[in-house]
Ligand binder design. Structure first.
Ligand SMILES: C[C@@](CO)(OP(=O)(O)O)[C@H](O)COP(=O)(O)OP(=O)(O)OC[C@H]1O[C@@H](n2ccc(N)nc2=O)[C@H](O)[C@@H]1O
Ligand SMILES: Nc1ncnc2c1ncn2[C@@H]1O[C@H](COP(=O)(O)OP(=O)(O)O)[C@@H](O)[C@H]1O
Length: 301
């Protein structure tokens, strides 16, 4: 029998700067952020089936299995798309969870966006169909930028996405100390003045120039996250101390922090150093990914 499947990479989303501009009456915050994607990713595979199912595996799968699959953003995205297209959500989905959960790198949002793209491919709908774009912000603030899937600035509460600058090749070292940081708790702990928007005034000429431009910006959720988890301060210090680290910064609401390096060899050496001292931390050397690949049909067996 022929089985048709489609797969999509749910690439890690990284906020290279994140400014909080104010708070809206609905409680959400107005943001300004430069988002890039990395080669590190979760994987979504969707297969034609007689009914709906979601199976979760991978190194960080067990937390999500314990929460139950019904509330998973992947299930929510699949049912919402089926509703929007007026069809049954008859599909078997596999989520391979390689990225830490509640960690500021958009795992759930990236998974939701990848689910929309993989199902669009399976169900014969364009991956940039307007119905996917309309659904995205209803699933989570980070889903629109993850659906966009290219270097971007986002504004509003995440729903205003525009193409970002052209960036030089660069490597990113992702380090998470194993602390779950629920996004809403970090926003609630944020104090201090509101920032202004910080879009780069020009495209960086090389990675050192890029780091310098980023140093003039920041992550406005950093102090709040560090107050909730001092381990983040240790991660930033550990990254900063590695040879070749051009910038160390927390992503999103944490706790994952990013080290910026000129190339993957430098990031991999830094990863080995950190891993030796802190074997329990999640450490992943990755490259900057200018464009997340489209979902593709993968199986015909
Ligand atoms: C902070 C960011 C930066 O990219 O990333 P993460 O740290 O989650 O990766 C995002 O804005 C998060 O996006 P996402 O994780 O999809 O957020 P949601 O599920 O929609 O919101 C979770 C909670 O965060 C708060 N929230 C989120 C977005 C926003 N602009 N203002 C907020 O105040 C709200 O309390 C909301 O209930
Ligand atoms: N596919 C998924 N991947 C990760 N988290 C998910 C997923 N689906 C639902 N969730 C829920 O989202 C929570 C993380 O959300 P949030 O704090 O916004 O994290 P992040 O900072 O990683 O975006 C998890 O604790 C989990 O309960």
């Amino acid at each position: 029998m022929t089985t048709v499947s489609a797969a999509a990479a749910a690439a890690a989303k990284l906020n290279l700067y994140l400014h909080v501009l104010g708070k809206r009456p609905d409680g959400y915050h107005e943001l300004d952020s430069l988002v890039v994607f990395a080669t590190a990713h979760d994987l979504i595979t969707v297969t034609e089936a007689p009914g709906f199912s979601l199976a979760i595996d991978g190194p960080f799968g067990s937390t999500l299995v314990a929460e139950g699959t019904g509330r998973n953003l992947v299930s929510r995205a699949a049912h919402a798309l089926a509703d929007a297209l007026g069809r049954d959500p008859h599909v078997a989905i596999r989520l391979t969870k390689n990225l830490p959960v509640a960690s500021g790198i958009g795992g759930g949002s990236a998974d939701a966006a990848a689910t929309l793209k993989a199902l669009a491919e399976l169900w014969g709908v364009a991956q940039d169909d307007a119905r996917l774009v309309e659904l995205a912000p209803t699933l989570g603030a980070d889903v629109p930028v993850c659906l966009f899937g290219r270097t971007a600035y986002f504004g509003g509460a995440g729903e205003q996405v525009v193409a970002g600058p052209t960036l030089p090749p660069a490597a990113l070292l992702l380090v998470n100390p194993g602390v779950h940081m629920p996004t809403k708790d970090v926003f609630a702990a944020r104090t201090g003045a509101w920032s202004t928007a910080g879009r780069l005034e020009r495209d960086p000429v090389d990675v050192a120039d890029f780091a310098q431009l980023l140093r003039a910006r920041g992550n406005d959720l950093g102090a709040a996250a560090e107050s909730l988890s001092p381990a983040i301060t240790e991660v930033l210090a550990a990254l900063d101390a590695t040879p070749g680290c051009l910038l160390a910064r927390m992503s999103g609401s944490g706790a994952t922090c990013i080290g910026l390096y000129a190339d993957v060899a430098a990031a991999a050496s830094a990863a080995a150093l950190i891993n030796r001292v802190r074997p329990t931390w999640w450490v992943k050397a990755t490259a900057l990914l200018p464009e997340v690949p489209a979902a593709e049909v993968v199986a015909d067996a």
